[in-house]
Design a binder for this molecule. Structure first.
Ligand code: ADP
Ligand code: MG
Length: 296
């Protein structure tokens, strides 16, 4: 695809924010995403058309980018990573020499005070932010060597991101949300794969529901299913239980463990909750942008 497309939508703030977040994480321009959804949205009359998004679509079909992965490597290597925001008087070292290694198939919980750099670390691992210095290797790939196309594919294939809020596109059904990364690749989802995920995450009853019809726990399980749909090497979850009650939070953690058992997925989860962290294989503590405890 190339050239300029004009797509018209009227978006409320929440829809716009979710779309921006999801598109950003999955390495897709808003224009391309809406071009993809135009028929569906029009047919189902979920939202009226009335906003102009004018831009060049991003590459949607899997590019012939070969990324060499070495499966003998640990899933995640973070070596002396620094991330500086701002400069001069406003400079903030969000990460200040953080180092961490996560084995394949390991479930690691990251804990630390607010502002200690946990989200920054996850964003860098997710390829949505980059380190100022240091080395980050995920699934055998040094992220600093990936160009923008490879990085977009990396976000869709190698990692799956789950947040506390705003994970789902509000005008798409649960099933459509789960299929998003596959559709962004220009592929057709394999129905058996989607059904397997719906069953694994105990949301088979919800597949046709819109996010607003689901409980917070169900929404989060749909978000996890979407994060798993491309069989990523690593799930990166930033306080995924932060807005859930205890029972739903425990369920989410149990399902992440179940996904790890089924697919061998490595899980890196940020949490404030000691109970949630206790379900992990290992707890890593961060303070002032450094790993201070739990690194092997
Ligand atoms: P945590 O997730 O542990 O609460 P963050 O990684 O969000 O911490 O933030 C670490 C530090 O970096 C904080 O001081 C935060 O204000 C700062 N920070 C994070 N993102 C940005 C940004 N985009 N611009 C400027 N400062 C930032
Ligand atoms: Mg955070």
């Amino acid at each position: 695809m190339s050239g300029t497309t004009l797509v018209n939508f009227r978006l409320d703030q929440e829809t716009k924010r979710s779309m921006e977040g999801v598109c950003h994480d999955l390495g897709m321009s808003m224009t391309t995403a809406f071009t993809l959804f135009a028929k569906k949205v029009d047919r189902e009359r979920r939202i009226p058309f009335d906003v102009s998004l004018d831009g060049t679509p991003s590459p949607s079909v899997a590019q012939p980018v070969t990324i060499a992965t070495n499966h003998a490597d640990p899933a995640v290597i973070v070596e002396d990573v620094v991330r500086v925001f701002g400069e001069g008087a406003t400079e903030r070292r969000a990460l200040d020499g953080a180092s961490l290694t996560v084995r394949r198939g390991e479930f690691v919980a990251i804990m630390g005070p607010s502002g200690s750099g946990k989200s920054t670390l996850l964003h860098i691992l997710g390829g949505v932010d980059s380190a100022t210095s240091g080395r980050v290797v995920v699934d055998g790939m040094d992220l600093s060597t990936l160009g923008s196309n490879a990085l977009a594919l990396y976000r869709r294939h190698t990692v799956g991101l789950v947040y506390q809020f705003h994970n789902l596109v509000p005008f798409l059904s649960a099933r459509d949300n789960i299929e998003l990364p596959v559709r962004f690749d220009g592929s057709r989802p394999d129905p058996a794969t989607i059904t397997e995920l719906l069953e694994l995450l105990d949301i088979a009853d919800c597949e046709k529901s819109m996010p607003s019809e689901l409980s917070g726990g169900q929404q989060q399980r749909v978000a996890i299913a979407r994060a798993l749909v491309s069989r990523p090497a690593v799930i990166l979850a930033d306080e995924p239980t932060g807005s859930l009650d205890r029972a739903n939070g425990e369920k989410v953690v149990e399902l992440l463990r179940r996904a790890r058992e089924r697919f061998g997925t490595t899980v890196v989860l940020v949490t404030h909750d000691e109970g949630v962290a206790a379900a992990a294989d290992r707890v890593v503590r961060i303070s002032d942008g450094r790993v201070v405890c739990g690194e092997e």
